[in-house]
Design a protein around this ligand. Structure first.
Ligand code: ADP
Length: 475
């Protein structure tokens, strides 16, 4: 809108200025007409004076030239006036009259000159005093005066118009500038307001951000507090489990051995119910011993000092297989494995992982003779180790449950166990910076996977060892 108004102000003031120019031209024009009319009169007077001079002196050279020049000039001026007033019929008529009077006047003057030339001074002065020259001059003056009057009237009128259009132009330019100034001020105010608003919005955002940051910081501190609390209560719990299971072992051992002793010494004095009862008591005590020993291993994982060293998984696996030799032999299990990596870790704990997984693979076998396959593969920065079996398998929905302590999918009569084995594996793997999971489906066998972080140095060592193995085989 501002642009539209400024453009129209520009156009209007330009037109007003053009009008003013035209009006000024008209004033100049009238002045020119007046000037020319004066010149006509002056030339006529000069022609008359020159003619008088000639008549008195008879000096052609001195006066007749001036006379002719004045006559010519008067005619030219008269022509110019005619041209200048072409648009004005009143002045055109008047200039006709002036032209006629001039012609008559100049004829009369010429005749007197001829008389002077032919008849001398006396005849000429006689002709002049007889002629109507003086009267004609007066008529010319009157005609020119009436033309001047008409042109003067026009001049006054045109000056007024010019003055008026000058006033309009001045007003237009002043008004336009005032309007532009007004818009400038309005725009300034709008920009100022916009800036204030933006600043306010920015302040609000900043405040909101600050609030958010404070809340995040509070929340983080709270989470930190909770984490510390959790870690403390966890370690307390582990300590408790450790102490409890450790201290429970001794009385339990007593219960077990004395019940066994009771059975041995007085068994034959008891009836069959009594012997059954003793058998149940011994069995219960044995199971509790197993449970406590598993619990102790579980709680020892974290309480032990963390000493990780470069460890060969081959070595670790062999140790586990050694511990399981009897089970393997009894079950007739076939265990196979590929190249295994060198990792940073605790050999004893890693061997426990292999042992638990292989023991489970054999324990949860189906009708077929058990087959266990151990493989290792590398991804971007981890070793992924798998233990596959051809056993009963687990449904995928149960797959994450089994890593929770005491979680079992079978009754004790189906498969013996305490439900701690996999939770021990999980704890050890996580302590080494890896994760453990299971894939498989019922009847299809199970595959347990766990990862161990790969140090670049380890990778190199593994490659070196693999190369050695290849050269040893070909050798
Ligand atoms: P436990 O073997 O003492 O029962 P675990 O923690 O080792 O306890 O295993 C938890 C449960 O996971 C087992 O009771 C069993 O149901 C299931 N499970 C573990 N390993 C296998 C496997 N290889 N095949 C099928 N089921 C398994």
């Amino acid at each position: 809108m501002a642009l539209a108004i400024l453009v129209s102000v520009c156009v209007l003031s330009y037109r007003a200025m053009a009008r003013t120019g035209q009006d000024r031209d008209w004033v100049t024009h009238s002045n020119l007409v007046l000037e020319r009319l004066d010149a006509v009169l002056a030339d006529a007077t000069e022609a008359e004076n020159a003619q008088r001079g000639y008549i008195i002196t008879g000096d052609e050279e001195a006066y007749l030239k001036t006379f002719r020049k004045a006559v010519e000039s008067a005619k030219r001026e008269e022509q110019q006036v005619r041209g200048l007033t072409a648009d004005n019929t009143v002045q055109q008529r008047a200039i006709d009259g002036v032209k006629r009077l001039l012609a008559e006047k100049f004829d009369g003057l010429e005749q007197a000159i001829e008389t002077r030339r032919a008849g001398g001074l006396a005849a000429a002065s006689e002709a002049v005093s007889r002629g109507a020259d003086g009267q004609r001059m007066e008529q010319i003056r009157i005609a020119v005066a009436s033309m001047r009057e008409e042109e003067g009237r026009l001049l006054v009128q045109r000056s007024k118009v010019w003055e008026e259009s000058r006033r309009v132009t001045r007003g237009m330019i002043f008004g336009g500038n005032a309007l532009a100034l007004l818009f400038l001020i309005l725009a300034g105010i709008a920009v100022q307001q916009e800036m204030t608003q933006r600043k306010r919005a920015e302040d609000e955002v900043r405040q909101a951000n600050q609030g958010l940051e404070e809340r995040v910081a509070e929340r983080t501190a709270e989470l930190d507090r909770h984490a510390k609390e959790l870690a403390r209560s966890n370690s307390e719990l582990e300590q408790f489990a450790y102490v409890a299971s450790h201290d429970l072992q001794e009385p339990l051992r007593m219960v077990a051995s004395f019940t066994q002793l009771l059975g041995k010494r007085y068994g034959d004095k008891l009836d069959s119910d009594g012997r059954d009862f003793i058998h149940y008591a011994v069995d219960g005590a044995n199971r509790m011993q197993n449970l406590i020993s598993d619990l102790l291993s579980f709680s020892r994982i974290e309480t032990q000092e963390k000493v990780f060293e470069s460890t060969s998984c081959d070595f670790v696996l062999n140790r586990a297989l050694g511990n399981l030799a009897l089970t393997i032999e009894e079950s007739g299990a076939e265990i196979t494995w590929g190249a295994l990596p060198q990792v940073m870790g605790d050999a004893k704990q890693l061997s426990q992982v292999f042992q638990n997984l292989i023991a489970n693979a054999i324990k949860f076998r189906g009708d077929k003779p058990p087959k266990v396959e151990i493989q290792a593969e590398a991804d971007a920065d981890n070793w992924k180790i798998s233990v596959r079996d051809n056993g009963i398998g687990i449904s995928p929905e149960q797959a994450s449950r089994i890593f929770v302590i005491f979680q079992r999918l079978h009754t004790r009569t189906e498969y013996p166990g305490t439900g701690i084995g996999l939770s021990i594996c999980k704890k050890i793997v996580e302590r080494h910076g890896g994760r453990i999971w299971m894939e498989g489906s019922p009847g299809e066998g199970s595959a347990f996977f766990f990862t161990l972080p790969m140090a670049k140095i380890q990778e190199k060592e593994v490659r070196q060892r693999d190369e050695n193995r290849v050269s040893a085989a070909s050798g």
